[in-house]
Design a protein. Structure first.
Length: 149
């Protein structure tokens, strides 16, 4: 089941990038996705990221060839999340994929124009990440178990 969800997430991420790039009419630009993770690179995160990259490959996207994935790890130092988001934004990413409430809040505070896809979070309404699940608002899109904000 995890790989099916990961593939669907990959499709949503790619659709968001495609819409973003089409809107800006940037012919020849390789889409760049910023990925903010609150923990450290451990086997569980690496497995999830491998599934995500596999889903992208199945759709014809290969990191460093026709899509760029920029990773930033907070190493459980949540006070650095805002700086990491700023670093990703300085790289001119086309969208952000973030994991968890704290990363989502940091991303939402930093930009109101880029699409943000939030993974593995609960209680999105009470935390202020979305206005409602039916109508998240902002640059949101509906996305299975990963919720865009």
């Amino acid at each position: 089941m995890r790989s099916t969800i990961t593939r669907r997430i990959s499709v949503v991420v790619l659709l968001l990038v495609a819409v973003s790039l089409a809107t800006e009419a940037q012919v020849g630009k390789v889409p760049r996705i910023g990925v903010l993770l609150p923990g450290s690179p451990d086997p569980d995160y690496e497995r999830r990221l491998d599934e995500f990259r596999q889903g992208l490959r199945e759709l014809g996207y290969i990191d460093t060839q026709n899509i760029l994935l920029e990773y930033r790890w907070a190493h459980a130092q949540y006070e650095h999340m805002a700086d990491l988001v700023a670093e990703l934004l300085s790289l001119k990413v086309d969208m952000l994929v973030v994991d968890g409430i704290r990363a989502g809040l940091a991303a939402k505070r930093a930009t109101s124009t880029l699409p943000i896809v939030l993974a593995a979070a609960s209680d999105l309404v009470s935390t202020g990440l979305v206005e409602s699940l039916a109508r998240p608002g902002g640059t949101s899109r509906e996305c299975l178990s990963w919720v865009p904000i």
